[in-house]
Design a protein around this ligand. Sequence first.
Ligand code: SF4
Length: 345
Amino acid sequence: MIMEKEALFGKTLEELKTVVKEHGFPAFTAKQIADWLYKKKVSTIDDMLNLSKKNREILNEKYQIGLSPFDNVQESVDGTKKYLFQTSTRQFIEAAYIPSENRKTLCVSSQVGCKMGCLFCMTGKQGFQKNLSAGEILNQMVSISECDELTNLVYMGMGEPMDNIIEVLKSLEIITSEWGFAWSPRRINVSTIGVVPAMRRFIEESECHLAISMHSPFNDQRKELMPIENVYPIEAVIETLKEYDFGRQRRISFEYIMFEGVNDTKEHANELVRLVDGLKSRVNLIKFHPIPDTPLTGSQHNTMEAFKNILEKKGVITTIRKSRGEDIYAACGLLSTKKLLKEDL
Ligand code: SF4
């Protein structure tokens, strides 16, 4: 959907205060608009009933709510759903809804495509198209039918959240503020491959959990898998994390996708233990889902178990993550809208 008018949805309370000031509305109107947007989730400005008719008309001239429904949904045999959204610029993004026994998690995208070029990632192969606005990030959350049931939100879909830090922080502010969705930041986990300056900002300006994509503890190999290692080596990322006190509630985790015969050896496990020593964190081992044009394959389950045992024996809390939504390409590293971009635009 082409959006001609500016969207109100996705504006912080401060930004709404600027809007009402510009139009000469009473200052308290900003909080009223935030209520309509984020608590009552109205779909038109005319639904904002405690604003005067005249003020609603003024808003309608320049603004719209800015929500857009999903274009398509695919459901996996395991209950995972992949939602396809179209942005205001007619590009596509995906969000994955992952229900389990005690959690209902939504994995959202923060960019259309990604410029980080990780070898094992479909989004990386798509290249970078654009940063999503805070409103476009949050639209994925409120426009799915399961919105009210969600228990957790993870920024692990398309894109590198730290490469779009301003809009990501804005979206987190809206979700966690009392005037917004009023979620606890402990229900939100944001991932990064380790873009250090933006990661610092994230640590200092939010209280959400942080997940670092490690995938290899060895510099040369990590450079091959993840070009970011040339700029911010994994040691620098970990040293930065050690500067902060994350308290008892805030969680740091390392994501480790396992590639058969590549990063799943005893040497890798021992080096990983050495790297995270002294940092209160946990490690999530993830089986790799093969993608086209890469020789990489996923490690066998017994190899993953053996790797986990080495980590656990040395005191590192380790989990093997269950794979979800593989059949609909909703699993980790599989989100891509390249095909759609080519065919539909
Ligand atoms: Fe980008 Fe993340 Fe894919 Fe790397 S793994 S290319 S940072 S989306």
